[in-house]
Design a protein around this ligand. Structure first.
Ligand code: NAP
Length: 326
């Protein structure tokens, strides 16, 4: 390796204009797991995260299926612990949005929002750990009432709707997790799902079906979110009869899956039809020296434990790559 990072050697380097052994784009579970290993492996490592350290992990209320926490752990706390652990071993973690990367020459160049690529950080290896963002429903009222009752994060916004009726759209793990969380605050939660069975894990289904505050509107799609200053309700249509009804609600939480945050990547990095980054079994992308781990990877099992495992596997591949190319 070309630099020898001490316990906090990265601290002495400026993020921008510096050439790092490894720049990790995305400070979620995959990115931070890789950063922990890279710090201990004495790679100079920069993690760029546009939101909260921990990414989607930090937005989860309780995480029950991450091994090692028999009683579960709050997403915020797990994210914080991962962040501190990565920093402790020398990774520098900065809040910044990456607008573009240039992988046509070496070292790779990273352009940050508001900067130009000459001033941005450079990297001998890159890890894409950008994860996903919530998919939009695309119905009238969604954009207009965003932040005024329309939300993609029950943990963040649910407490604003204590004692009120709310709607959750979707039937996956996120939707049912959110419905259960909201049932602890709201007077009533209506889950609007387009089929008559849920996709969520059986244990979550059992809990939601047994919860007296949660009602299901099966085989319905949302057609409109209504309200002027704030959400007043949602219109839903039965998928076969076409019959429409309005569900009164103060908030609509949309949890219909995710889209990968890969729009900023150059064409040298192959993506599948859904926009997820394609990799080989070492998690290397179609651009040598650029690796991918976590939810943005094509074929990933989108779970925190899996993202952590991928971050660690990516570290091994990155280390090997740096040794072979230095
Ligand atoms: P998901 O598993 O893809 O589920 C999306 C849900 O939204 C599905 O029920 C789907 O319906 C519905 N849907 C999709 N497009 C829709 C549309 N246009 N209109 C109406 N409904 C629509 O997504 P997710 O729940 O966000 O989970 C993403 C990943 O994170 C998954 O791998 C999940 O297991 C993981 N995760 C795990 C946990 C946990 O382990 N506790 C918690 C959260 C997330 P259909 O069922 O009809 O397709």
């Amino acid at each position: 390796m070309t630099s020898s990072a001490g316990e906090s050697a990265a601290d002495s380097q400026e993020a921008s204009g510096t050439t790092w052994d490894l720049v990790i784009i995305g400070g979620g579970a995959a990115g931070l797991a890789c950063a922990i290993y890279a710090g201990r492996g004495r790679l100079s490592t920069l993690v760029l995260e546009k939101m909260l350290p921990g990414g989607q992990v930090a937005l989860s209320d309780v995480i029950e299926n991450y091994p090692g926490f028999a009683e579960g752990i709050s997403g915020m706390e797990l994210a914080q612990q991962m962040h501190e652990q990565a920093a402790r071993f020398g990774a520098k973690i900065e809040t910044a949005t990456v607008e573009a990367i240039d992988v046509s020459g070496r070292p790779f160049r990273v352009r940050l929002a508001g900067g130009d690529s000459d001033a941005g950080p450079r990297a001998r290896a890159l890890l894409l750990a950008t994860g996903c963002s919530p998919r939009r429903l695309g119905v009238p009222g969604e954009k207009e009432l965003y932040g005024r009752g329309v939300s993609y994060c029950a943990t963040c916004d649910g407490p604003l709707f204590g004692g009120k009726s709310v709607v959750v759209v979707g039937g996956g793990n996120t939707a049912i997790d959110e419905a259960l969380f909201l049932a602890g605050l709201a007077s009533k939660v209506t889950v609007v799902h387009r089929r008559d069975e849920l996709r969520a894990d059986p244990i979550l289904q059992e809990r939601a079906l047994a919860n007296s505050k949660i009602e299901f509107l099966w085989s319905h799609v949302l057609t409109e979110i209504v309200g002027e200053e704030s959400v007043r309700g949602a219109r839903a249509r039965h998928v076969s009869s076409g019959e429409e009804r309005e569900v009164p609600a103060s908030a609509v939480f949309i949890a219909i899956g995710e889209t990968p945050q890969t729009g900023f990547l150059p064409e040298e990095i192959e993506r599948d039809k859904g926009g997820y980054v394609v990799s080989d079994s070492d998690l290397q992308t179609s651009a040598p020296g650029v690796f991918v781990a976590g939810d943005a990877r094509s074929g990933a099992y989108r779970q925190i434990a899996a993202a952590v495992g991928e971050g660690v596997l990516a570290y091994r591949s990155i280390r090997r790559h740096l040794e072979e190319t230095s």
